[in-house]
Design a protein around this ligand. Structure first.
Ligand SMILES: [Zn+2]
Length: 249
């Protein structure tokens, strides 16, 4: 069971998390979780480009290591990157030190002040730790190491050297300098991951519940693609016609 529209009482229980943005501005904040992966993420990027829409991608560190070229494409297209842990851990089921360690591993790759807990499940103790962690200029050697490992593992013929150089550029650093991590939740959950949900119903849900300042969750995952490829272009078309802008977190 999940809420398409986040209920007011849940927001009240966790006021320290970000659930939506300014309700007086006609802007929607699109977010995509769980990538980057082949086929789906590039297809999402193509659809977004058609509508000149920018979005925030909460990436899994392990997927960045496996698909660095797609990660770089996200950045090249000027989308915003968020941390979604290295291995998509459930906060409620994970000891705090392990959770923070996994957050930090992903932080080395994403270099962001935006975090979204996988499944939206996070302990209060973990919230405090993450909100108190400031972005640090991470050790570049560690990053090179990670990319080198990925090169050895996948034997990809791509230009890893160039990718490593690019990954080493802390693109967002001026923006995130001295900023504490913000935990980004949502107020509209598309349910694109729900294999029992018809694409038409998924679209209807999303359009019905999205309003000024909404943070909308989609997934650039294989599981979600059956619904996403139907919903995303239609939703973008609808919002575009209604005069909404697409904002970055
Ligand atoms: Zn996720």
């Amino acid at each position: 069971m999940y809420f398409v529209k986040t209920p007011w009482w849940l927001k009240k229980l966790y006021p320290q998390l970000i659930w939506n943005k300014d309700r007086n501005t006609k802007t929607i904040f699109l977010t995509f979780d769980d990538g980057p992966i082949p086929i789906v993420t590039p297809a999402v990027l193509k659809i977004l480009k058609t509508y000149n829409a920018k979005a925030t991608f909460f990436c899994i560190g392990d997927n960045i290591i496996k698909h660095p070229d797609i990660f770089l494409q996200l950045k090249a297209d000027d989308h915003t990157i968020g941390n979604h842990t290295q291995n998509h851990l459930k906060g409620w089921a994970t000891a705090d030190n392990m959770y923070i360690d996994n957050f930090n591993k992903c932080q080395i790759l994403t270099q962001t002040n935006l975090f979204r807990p996988p499944y939206g499940r996070i302990k209060r103790s973990q919230i405090i730790e993450i909100q108190n962690s400031k972005f640090k200029n991470q050790n570049l050697a560690t990053k090179e190491n990670e990319i080198q490992k990925s090169k050895n593992k996948n034997q990809t013929p791509t230009n890893i050297l160039h990718q490593t150089e690019t990954l080493n550029i802390p693109v967002n650093q001026s923006k995130i300098k001295n900023q504490k991590s913000q935990i980004i939740m949502w107020d509209v959950l598309s349910g694109d991951f729900d294999t029992t949900l018809k694409p038409e119903k998924c679209l209807k849900n999303v359009l019905k519940h999205t309003e000024n300042g909404s943070i909308v969750v989609f997934h650039d995952s294989l599981k979600a693609w059956d619904r996403l490829h139907y919903v995303l272009p239609k939703a973008l078309e609808y919002w575009h016609e209604k005069g909404f802008k697409f904002g970055l977190l």
